[in-house]
Design a protein around this ligand. Sequence first.
Ligand SMILES: *Cc1c(COP(=O)(O)O)cnc(C)c1O
Length: 423
Amino acid sequence: MLNYQLGLDFALEQDKKDTLALYRNLFHIPKDTFGNDCIYMTGNSLGLQPKQTKSYVNQELEDWATLGVEGHFNAKNPWLNYHESLGEHMAKVVGAKPVEVVVMNTLTANLHFMMVSFYKPTKTRYKILIEADAFPSDKYAVESQLRHHGFNDKEGLVLWKARKGEELANYRDLEAVLETQGNNIALILIGAVNYYTGQYFDLKRITQLGHKHGCIVGFDCAHGAGNVSLNLHDSGADFAAWCTYKYLNSGPGSIAGCFVHERHAYTKNLNRFTGWWSHNKKTRFKMRDEFDQLPGAEGWQLSNPPILAMAAIRASLDIFNEVGMEKLTEKSKKLTGYFEFLLKQLDEDIIRIITPKNPDERGCQLSIAVNNADKSLHNKLTEAGVISDWREPNVIRCAPVPLYNSFQDVYYLVERLKNILSE
Ligand SMILES: *Cc1c(COP(=O)(O)O)cnc(C)c1O
């Protein structure tokens, strides 16, 4: 670990040494009212736009303009199999095999499609376990699945809660819940990195625990993809889904990623919703054939995909592919460690970091509880050119993203926070 030091000089020196520093220039950085770069700390909410995204999208607009329907075959990047290279690059980002990953739909939609296949409740085994502070969309999605299958959405939902007075979930408690209710739980669905606390769960441990009790295990990787090395294949998880507009910088509401473990890749009799894009590619356009299931995660697609959205994902994944998750997480640990070091210099009675201290149990985000604070603190930060995220009752979430945030960013973030708190 780095020997962190106070003062701007240290930050500048680290930026000089940083082999990824130049990647910042590949992104549009929003400006503050004085025309300076904002301190952008919300890459966990909406990642910044790569400068090359425009030309990638324009290429498809051009090809559409000049080729019309022929673009399916003759575009510079033919639209017919456009999603395949995305799947391959995406698989590297999340640590999976190409056959296990597809880019399609949106995140919550993918969670539902995965549950169509993997949530198969019986009279005795029907409950769904989620973490207590799950992202609302995930909670609403599983509640509606319970209702859809005729179960009570309160009684059927099992929560993995943090202990009284604590924020982080404890594996002992998960073990205890599974000991007592494991036989009734059909599905475990956990946010790989919790959106609120920034806790990065041990996916393999949870999966093994769940499987031991006969549960299906899936992960929502919205806050994990592009942030931590997920190693989805090795985790053994049955399925996962994530969005691409947070750490993956693919634009607001852009389409999502989906993982289905290889062991389910060739199982044709899994129950699922299908469309023409789940059908064998070789005969898809014959149109009159009986349905023939396409193997792998691709087989969960329904529709022909939105190329304009995919062009933006392609622009972003080309950068990820070049850098690689290993180098990214290496810098991320240094940068977030520096952030933590600086925050520790502030008054402990006022500032408390909720996120785990162990760098292996978190990504780049730190969630900071500020005593006696309200949203005016967040507004003052915004006025000072810091874009951060506020969660009631008193938590600021900041995510220094290794692709485009600098040590200098982190230095000024903490300086401005300190100034506002001492007013
Ligand atoms: C961001 C996020 C979502 C958002 O879902 P969409 O379907 O993309 O709107 C859902 N779940 C988690 C855990 C998230 O972090």
